[in-house]
Ligand binder design. Sequence first.
Ligand SMILES: Cc1cc2nc3c(=O)[nH]c(=O)nc-3n(C[C@H](O)[C@H](O)[C@H](O)COP(=O)(O)OP(=O)(O)OC[C@H]3O[C@@H](n4cnc5c(N)ncnc54)[C@H](O)[C@@H]3O)c2cc1C
Length: 494
Amino acid sequence: MTTRKRVCVVGAGVSGLAAANAFARHGHEPTVYERAADLGGVWEPSRSYPGIKTQSPKDLYCYTSRPMPTGYAEWPSGREVYEYLRGFAEENGLMAHISFGRSVVRAERREGGGWEVRTRCRNGGEATSSFDALVVASGTFNEKNSPRHPGQEDFETNGGRVLHSSEYTDPAMVADKDVVVLGFSKSATDVAVSAAKAGARSVAIVYREPVWRIPYRFAERINFKHILYCRASEAMFPGWNTGGAGRVAYALAKPAIWANWRALETLLDRQFGLTKLGMRPSVPIEDAISCGLPIATEGFYEMLHAGRITAHRGTFEHYEPGTVVLTGGERLAIDVAIQATGWTLGVSYLPRDVLDTIREADGQYRLHRLAASPDVPDLGFVGFNSSFATVLTSEISAEWLVRYMDGTLARQPTPEAMNAAIDAHLAWRRRVRPAAQVYGGLCSAPYHFRYLDELLADIGCRERRGGILAETFLPPSAAAYGRYLASAPAYRAA
Ligand SMILES: Cc1cc2nc3c(=O)[nH]c(=O)nc-3n(C[C@H](O)[C@H](O)[C@H](O)COP(=O)(O)OP(=O)(O)OC[C@H]3O[C@@H](n4cnc5c(N)ncnc54)[C@H](O)[C@@H]3O)c2cc1C
């Protein structure tokens, strides 16, 4: 038996809902503060651009207890994901725990443990409440990154418009306009394709470097989940905590692995016509596969080949009325700039001393299992383990976190053991896998199985794997992870 805790959860996106559900299920009292008027986070309809859909296939983007409806497309639309999340919250009684329109502006640690959390509502009113634990689920796509360029004010005064990609919510905003999209992420190509379909007069995309993109279907047929989401493909990346035998096996297989990646590059080049477009990346694809790896927006490369979208290397240098000038001197006609320049991970409500404890000088986070700090035991993170199957990784890490905070993990780590594991993990990222340093190192892709194996083993799940063939060659199944969790020792807080 553990003590019933009052837990503050920041954010009601995928991860905040997973956290609230895990803590409520285990007898605690979660209060979720959500600054928006609705739940869903990046899937909340007022934040979504037209045509938004998941990168993950639907059976990899769901909670263990609730499959996505059979009527949904293989890659559900933003609206469908939002409705799915709302259904999950209602089904599990989470709505009563959520306080909407309330931003967490400050969290102070109490002497002896626990938190004083200050929130602000939309009319400016503030309130402070006390909690035993704080769960950060405010997302890694949290604060808009909206760079300003010289001449922007003059450009806007003369009728030009500058939007962040999340502010482009209606195709009417770009109809009959000259549109320039800045950036080359999935959002950038989604927005460019959407604008072209919406009847923009011209659509240009401005980017620094070509990047590898994965198609929804390889060779137009094979769902990418069958190629990139299984233990067999995960084994082609050097992992952490690999013993001597594993390292020898990896070294022996290296030439075959190398040939496999080159074959994949050739396939992608052919499928998208990258060389013809002058867009074949120079970085080896295996070094690029991490949380930032985008899926190719359907129609994007076809529109480039057809000239419906034009692509320009560089970035914005400055604006003039009706024109944007690029760093290479190129001038583009422009009415609307859409900056698909991403988001920053904002946890500014945490105290400075806590931030200094959980983050190293180079920005890498010191979180055990990407969820907990050994030095601040009443602070947890859910969703700071970005993956290609975030709903599942958030749910399992929330289930890990509640047990960690209750001290009921089967492998409950000591602070010393956590620090040693963090040091080893950081050393591995820096030396072996620099790509794993994206998002402050808060990325579990492409090591979904390895990462989830560790969480399940810590939790004490007796069942952790399916049959050998399925386990080696099939993508993770959310329902199976539900069974694995159910095989963990049961407990309930007092
Ligand atoms: C366009 C797009 C497509 C994506 N597609 C996929 C995909 O297919 N597969 C995949 O695995 N991932 C995908 N992702 C990644 C996505 O971020 C995660 O899948 C997941 O939705 C993140 O959920 P979250 O709850 O961790 O964060 P968020 O969705 O960002 O939710 C955080 C919530 O916290 C709230 N909040 C923030 N700060 C505060 C504060 N101070 N006080 C109160 N509330 C606060 C925010 O308003 C927000 O509602 C995609 C992301 C984007 C942007």
